[in-house]
Design a protein around this ligand. Structure first.
Ligand code: ZN
Length: 198
């Protein structure tokens, strides 16, 4: 498309590569950005760079955090023997919002997907297994109810079962294919409370 300047086109290209941004939104955002005052654009760029440079994985649960250990793992009041396995930091945030879960987490950063060529070695799975050497009484698998999430849950269940550690799967009250972050807190709590041992 040569309707716009090369710079605008490049900006639209970059923006449309972001998740959830279609070409129309990308155009709207691009024009919005070039019309912003210089200092606002500078601030936005700086915030993005700061986040990129300072956010890292928690050494224990692998969620994204500003410090070596995230606030959940650093909290001695949490039940460190119960680990909830989630696909990403957004899912962790969804459960944290309920304010009712007292255990800690493990963030996989993805799910097994043979279709997309994502195998067990591509997510934080061996890191989870390493954590089981500690004092763990239950692993709650809270991956999404998508095909990938279910495949991952089954795979983890099979890995953990022989260790004798209790392993459970959140109830299927979570809509199939539903992203955990879009599900309301009541549904999340029901799924957690109704978890079944694998
Ligand atoms: Zn952590």
């Amino acid at each position: 498309m040569d309707l716009y300047s090369g710079h605008i086109n490049r900006l639209i290209d970059e923006l449309s590569g972001l998740p959830g941004i279609g070409s129309k939104s990308a155009q709207r955002l691009a024009f919005h950005l070039v019309n912003l005052p210089q200092d606002k654009v500078k601030r936005l760029v700086k915030v993005i760079m700061d986040a990129k440079e300072n956010v890292r994985y928690c050494k224990e649960c692998f969620t994204l955090t500003d410090s070596e250990i995230c606030p959940v793992c650093a909290n001695a009041k949490r039940d460190h023997s119960t680990i909830m396995v989630v696909e990403n930091t957004r899912d962790l945030a969804a459960y944290e919002k309920t304010g009712k879960y007292e255990g800690i987490y493990h963030v996989l950063h993805g799910a097994i997907s043979p279709m997309l060529g994502i195998g067990p070695g591509d997510i934080k799975l061996k890191e989870l297994i390493a954590r089981l050497e500690g004092d763990v009484s239950e692993v709650i698998i809270a991956t999404n109810s998508s095909l990938e999430g279910e495949t991952t849950a089954m795979y983890i269940g099979k890995l953990i079962k022989p260790t004798g550690i209790k392993v459970s799967r959140i109830a299927s009250g979570v809509p199939v294919g539903g992203d955990l972050e879009y599900i309301d807190e009541v549904t999340l709590l029901r799924a957690l409370e109704g978890r079944v041992e694998m």
